[in-house]
Design a protein around this ligand. Structure first.
Ligand SMILES: *Cc1c(COP(=O)(O)O)cnc(C)c1O
Length: 228
């Protein structure tokens, strides 16, 4: 595996190329470096190469790293499955949560968010056809959840997230990305909410995600190498 500065540079170049090919500005797309299962030393190395936002899936893996890197003003994103017994730690240690899909979890995250911190930024995960993941709310329940989340004082609703099966055909992934972009537009129109984030695209599918309008790509493998 080459040095992280180089893999990061390659990913940034891919993002810029994909943005320009879609007639977009590369500055519209944020790179979230997914550091799950990787050691704090690698995160520190990526920070040294200019990366400031990191995504983690497993709390027992993430919390020691967050503490070890407390000297760096990293923006931590929780991108794993939300479970009731994890909510307190997610609310305290993260700036963003992707994958919100239940009102009960939303209420508890809001209640547990320390008042000394700004509201927790969140994206609602939508389960679109062509997805195999168990996470995500069905499309017909999205509006109600979005309006409810928008009322919670400890949360700041930023947008939508989805994760097509990386093994599905490219056309299926592209369809999921386009559907999520359409959903954001519809939801904004129906509710008047301002949703500035479309969290979609990973190592293998960031190009079609950006073509469809992604504003935040979550990239692990192509920065830090394969996971065990
Ligand atoms: C692991 C993970 C990623 C990163 O996937 P790569 O294929 O390694 O880039 C992105 N999003 C979520 C939700 C993940 O769990």
């Amino acid at each position: 595996m080459p040095a992280i500065a180089h893999t990061l540079e390659d990913v940034r170049r891919r993002i810029a190329r994909a943005a320009l090919a879609a007639g977009r500005s590369p500055a519209e797309i944020e790179l979230l470096a997914v550091s799950k299962t990787k050691p704090a030393t690698m995160i520190r190395e990526a920070w040294g190469a200019g990366q400031q936002a990191f995504g983690e899936n497993y709390l027992q893996d993430a919390l020691p790293k967050i503490h070890a890197l407390i000297d760096l003003p990293i923006t931590w994103h929780y991108i794993g499955r939300i479970q009731s017994n994890k909510i307190r730690d997610i609310a305290r240690h993260f700036t963003w949560v992707h994958g919100l899909d239940r009102l009960k979890h939303s209420r508890r995250l809001s209640d547990q968010r320390p008042e000394t911190l700004p509201p927790l930024n969140c994206c609602i995960q939508v389960n679109l056809s062509g997805e195999t993941s168990k996470g995500g709310i069905p499309v017909d329940a999205l509006e109600e959840l979005a309006l409810a989340v928008n009322e919670l004082p400890g949360l700041c609703l930023r947008g939508l997230m989805s994760m097509p099966d990386p093994a599905s055909p490219r056309e299926t992934q592209t369809a999921v990305f386009r559907d999520l972009a359409d959903l954001r537009r519809q939801l904004e129109k129906q509710t008047g909410l301002n949703l500035d984030t479309l969290s979609m695209g990973m190592s293998s599918d960031l190009e079609p995600a950006i073509a469809a309008g992604s504003t935040l790509v979550r990239v692990g493998t192509d920065i830090f190498g394969a996971r065990k």
